[in-house]
Design a binder for this molecule. Structure first.
Ligand code: NDP
Ligand code: HSE
Length: 437
């Protein structure tokens, strides 16, 4: 057995504590798989005194000097489970430049400044692994980064945020509104005290950037991702989706396409969308995550599992630790960042989408023609129209229109004009549609 591979663990919260536990419980197996034991050189935290008595680790290993720990000569691998942009960015750049390997779960940092980390890894010659940053326990980044490298990924569609999936699943199951479902998610510990990053789509957008970067060999940052959260999704939207045999999910979508000149582009977006109940992602309930990958030769692939939680996330972190430890012992490094394609990211207005629009209209001759005229003026083709009586008993009607695919800007302009039409009493619901209706 070779001499130990020494780890600096930065952070010992929800994920870090489970990393410590697994390192202890699996130590013999991990050593056998790596060919050398793993040893914790130190654990950086913010508050030494915080109760950690139940952790199977020497209390003397805790320190508040993260940078000092990273710089130690006896540290081979830095595992970052602190989160946030700074000081995590400075720590990891320092570690990578010094030739250490890094394992991180920090999606916010990777989406904001992944390039700086990859550059530092290239400079120092160590590995940078981050499987836990997207979809927790689900092995997803390694398949994109390695297994699918012989193929051409065309589209990635995913549910990558557990909190919002729990909320939308509850709204679908019970008919509850957003606020009520969020309250339930908070009570059950799914939503954080400040749920902004989840419900406004920031968390999913960071993950979308990471997925798109790997799928399309292009540096994609959080700023490139069109982001809409779920706070505007109403019980009426959910009921409208249900009436169409659909459900609403917060989707992350990264797809190849082409611009007007035929040049290859990509679009990366996060927004709520209606999907048919028959779509594989529709049955992903509770706080689970799932990602649907389409590739030219492989066809359709589906990845499903727990996207969050201490132990599931620690599983992904430990998988990366084993990989980088093996590489260090073998004196090799994993393939470096693949960003050679450098595809331009199309603005959302040019992304091709479909809309489901529900209108309360006056029920008299010429209404359908006037409504259809608005769609025609914006070059948006209608796929289906359904008319029924409005619930108000006032002689008005409800028109439910589903469009064919069109540029998002044309669809949005259509909706704006419908709002101004005097025969339209209200635009009750506007949702994007994915997955064929
Ligand atoms: P926690 O808030 O539970 O833990 C954060 C840890 O970092 C704590 O131990 C804290 O110390 C320590 N810390 C914070 N600031 C500093 C600092 N300035 N110096 C030293 N230590 C510091 O976070 P999580 O474990 O939930 O998340 C960690 C990372 O994993 C994040 O990037 C997150 O996005 C990612 N992740 C989390 C998932 C989850 O389910 N929780 C799922 C997937 C990814 P102290 O204990 O003293 O407060
Ligand atoms: N807040 C995230 C979620 C945790 O709800 O999925 C995992 O990144």
């Amino acid at each position: 057995m070779k001499s130990p591979v020494r780890l600096a663990l930065l952070g010992c919260g929800t994920v870090g504590a489970e990393v410590v536990r697994l390192l202890h419980e699996q130590s013999a197996d991990l050593a056998a798989r790596i060919g050398a034991p793993l040893e914790i050189a130190g654990i950086a935290v913010r508050r030494i005194g915080r109760h950690r008595g139940d952790l199977p680790v020497d209390p003397a290993l805790f320190t508040t000097d993260a940078l000092g720990l990273i710089k130690r000569d006896d540290v081979d691998v830095v595992v970052e489970v602190v989160g946030g942009l700074e000081p995590a960015r400075s720590w990891l750049v320092e570690a990578l430049r010094a030739g250490k390997s890094v394992v991180t779960a920090n999606k916010a940092l990777l989406a904001e400044d992944g390039g700086a980390l990859h550059d530092a890894a290239a400079e120092g010659g160590g590995d940078l692994y981050y499987e836990a940053s997207v979809a927790g326990a689900i092995p997803l980044l390694r398949p994109l980064r390695e297994s699918l490298h012989g193929d051409r990924v065309t589209r990635v569609t995913g549910i990558v945020n557990g909190t919002t999936n729990f909320i939308l699943s509850a709204m679908h199951a019970t008919g509850a509104g957003f606020a009520e479902a969020l309250e339930e998610a908070t009570e059950l510990g799914y939503a954080e005290a400040d749920p902004t990053a989840d419900v406004e789509g920031f968390d999913a957008a960071a993950k979308a950037a990471i997925l798109a970067s790997l799928a399309f060999h292009t540096r994609v940052g959080a700023a490139d991702v069109h982001r809409e959260g779920i706070t505007e999704v109403t019980a009426a939207d959910v009921a409208s989706a249900k009436a169409m045999g659909c459900t609403i999910k917060l989707l992350c979508i990264a797809a190849r396409g082409a611009d007007a000149a035929g040049r290859e582009t990509i679009s990366v977006r996060v927004h709520p969308a209606m999907i048919p109940l028959t779509h594989p992602l529709a049955s992903v309930g509770d706080a689970f995550n799932a990602v649907f990958v389409e590739a030219e030769a492989a066809g359709e692939l589906m990845f499903y599992g727990r996207g969050a939680g201490g132990a599931p996330t620690a599983s992904a972190v430990l998988g990366d630790v084993v990989a980088v430890a093996r590489n260090r012992l073998a004196g090799v490094r994993a393939a470096s960042e693949s960003a050679y394609a450098a595809l331009p990211v199309r603005p959302m207005g040019e992304a091709l989408t479909r809309y489901h629009i529900s209108l309360d209209v006056a029920d008299r001759p010429g209404v359908l023609e006037a409504v259809a005229g608005v769609f025609a003026r914006h070059d948006v083709s209608i796929a289906t129209v359904r008319q029924g009586p409005s619930g108000g008993g006032n002689g008005d009607a409800v028109l439910v229109i589903v469009t064919h695919v069109a540029p998002d800007a044309a669809l949005a302009a259509t909706v704006r004009e419908l709002h101004g039409l005097d025969i339209v009493r209200s635009v009750a619901s506007v949702l994007r549609v994915e997955g064929g209706l």
